[in-house]
Write a protein that binds this ligand. Structure first.
Ligand code: CA
Length: 549
């Protein structure tokens, strides 16, 4: 009997050792993942054909990887877009439509991308903005370790309002105090802002993004030094080119101001839905930006200059990050996934900001580099319709990990093998009434109406009432109206519905023909009824009915 027990123990012991060894060997073969999020970046980059944007590091990755020409976000605002792509479920499914909603409140058990990788042997860590804000960072479930703050040579910047220049800090504090005195606590939700931009002669690590890249590099080094066998998922989230456009002066100086092209399509779409465009609230809340009327001329040029300087600054930091992969000997086994959470109107359609259902706010830059992609496809671009939500299943497949059942995206791994193959029939995005929401997409608070945005809101509301007439209903338009956009190979269809009553007839439909009208100047829905009916059938099939076969 003793012998039998002894043999049993030996068997169990050697079996468990063997399993551990196998897991370790399998893990060693898995690729690392560098997950680079760039906030509010529209696809105006060298590698996307821009003559002005200076982005050599992003261009270099595109030149060696695969670039997506038609990638779309699921909602053009930070938190919902990120909650969707990180959970692999659509905004409608997880019930996150605005920046103040946390996906865990509604979906306590949903498995996020880093959480799934972690459960499959990955070390997972993030620096900067991956989820929307620190309180929404899902620290307990998504991440296996904290960044190596103690190993950064620079102190974490403490810049009031994010500004390095004392005069901008003073403007920020003055504005914040005035707003607080005038409006009380409501001003904390975005009204007490400083200037929209800053050009300061400071080193790269001065601003938050610069510091966070140093932190990400220190963290990478720490992980590799401790354990080269365990694969890592390192998320690095850049805050720029989100407002405010604070960038070291040397990046501003790279641009010839006179050569910066401005938006050429500055009108709202002809026959467009009156609720389709907002009044640029997010930018107007900044100090020095007119609170009503057009934003144009020299100011507009400076704003675009600031956006581009921020993009070039981020590009330089991306270059540092990639160099760190090389220095640590992991470049060749690290997938690089680069994406932005949504696009941005820089005066396009006459507005500034994200938060619309049009092409300019929903199309994003996205590119991937993988160790094993066919050499013949390196440097190629695909015109296939893809969605940010597709990154989750793709990265899992590339890591050889089984997909969780709840995912609503589709792995684009087949496109890496063949960028020209037939793919999804449509990409989907949604956004609640842009005109009558605060810029975090939350419903307008009475206090917001009373602040200096009152007249602006009245103006957009007046246009909606005039257009919608008997369909106007304040509660519906402010709280339940959702715009659902479907982008097909040729068309953009936007269906405005009461989301609490999905079976009801849409309130408004917009249709744009990208073959003849790539900047979406004319809504052709009123004169193309048959085409709308056909596209509505496709729309009603939803994302599930429009996947690649
Ligand atoms: Ca964003």
């Amino acid at each position: 009997m003793k012998n039998i027990i002894g043999i049993f123990f030996i068997l169990v012991f050697s079996f468990s050792c063997g399993t551990k060894e196998n897991t370790k060997n399998q893990a060693a073969k898995k690729p690392n993942i560098l997950f680079l999020a760039i906030d509010d970046l529209r696809p105006e980059l060298g590698c996307y054909g821009s003559d002005i944007a200076i982005t050599p590091n992003l261009d270099a990755i595109a030149k060696d990887g695969l670039r997506f020409n038609r990638a779309y976000c699921q909602q053009p605002i930070c938190s919902p877009s990120r909650a969707s792509l990180m959970t692999g479920a659509r905004p409608e499914t997880i019930g996150v439509f605005e920046n103040f909603a946390y996906f865990r409140d509604e979906n306590p058990d949903i498995i996020t991308l880093p959480q799934h990788l972690r459960a499959n042997g990955y070390e997972t860590v993030h620096c900067g903005k991956i989820y929307h804000k620190p309180a929404f960072a899902d620290l307990e479930k998504s991440w296996s370790r904290a960044p190596a703050h103690d190993k950064v040579a620079y102190p974490k910047p403490k810049l009031p309002g994010g500004y390095a220049l004392p005069e901008n800090v003073a403007l920020f504090k003055k504005n914040r105090n005035e707003m607080l005195a005038k409006y009380g606590d409501v001003s904390k939700f975005g009204l007490g802002k400083g200037p929209a931009y800053e050009s300061a002669d400071v080193p790269d690590q001065t601003y938050e993004d610069g510091y966070n890249v140093e932190l990400a590099i220190a963290t990478l080094k720490d992980m590799v030094n401790k354990d080269r066998e365990t694969p890592f998922f390192l998320g690095m989230g850049f805050k720029l080119p989100h407002l405010n456009w604070v960038a070291p002066k040397k990046y501003w100086d790279k641009y010839d101001r006179d050569k910066i092209p401005m938006a050429t399509q500055t009108n709202a779409p002809e026959n467009g839905a009156a609720m389709g465009l907002h009044a640029s609230f997010e930018l107007r809340a900044r100090q020095g930006i007119p609170k009503s009327g057009p934003i144009e001329g020299e100011l507009a040029k400076t704003l675009k200059h600031g956006y581009l300087a921020s993009v070039t600054y981020v590009d330089a930091l991306v270059g540092k990050m990639i160099a760190a992969l090389e220095e640590n000997g992991v470049r060749e086994n690290t997938i690089i996934m680069i994406w932005s959470d949504h696009g941005w109107h820089l005066g396009d359609m006459g507005i500034w900001g994200k938060a619309t259902n049009y092409e300019i706010a929903t199309r994003v830059p996205m590119m991937i580099w993988t160790p094993n992609m066919p050499d013949k496809n390196r440097g190629k671009a695909t015109n296939a319709l893809v969605e940010l939500i597709d990154m989750y299943p793709t990265l899992c497949e590339l890591a050889g990990i089984e997909l969780p059942a709840h995912l609503e995206g589709q792995s684009f791994q087949p496109l890496i093998a063949d960028p020209n193959r037939t793919w999804k029939k449509a990409a989907f995005t949604q956004y609640p009434n842009p005109a009558l929401r605060e810029w975090a997409a939350n419903p307008l608070s009475p206090a917001m109406r009373e602040t200096y945005f009152g007249p602006l809101i009245q103006e957009v509301e007046g246009r909606i009432i005039e257009q919608q007439q008997e369909k106007w209903d304040r509660d519906l338009f402010e709280n339940n109206l959702m715009g659902y956009a479907m982008r097909t190979d040729r068309y953009r269809l936007i269906v405005w519905k009461d989301r609490t009553q999905p079976e009801k007839t849409p309130i408004e439909i917009e249709l744009f023909d990208h073959q003849t009208d790539p900047t979406e100047t004319v809504n052709i829905a009123p004169k193309e009824r048959e085409l709308v009916a056909k596209l509505m059938m496709q729309f009603n099939k939803g994302w599930e009915g429009n996947l690649a076969e």
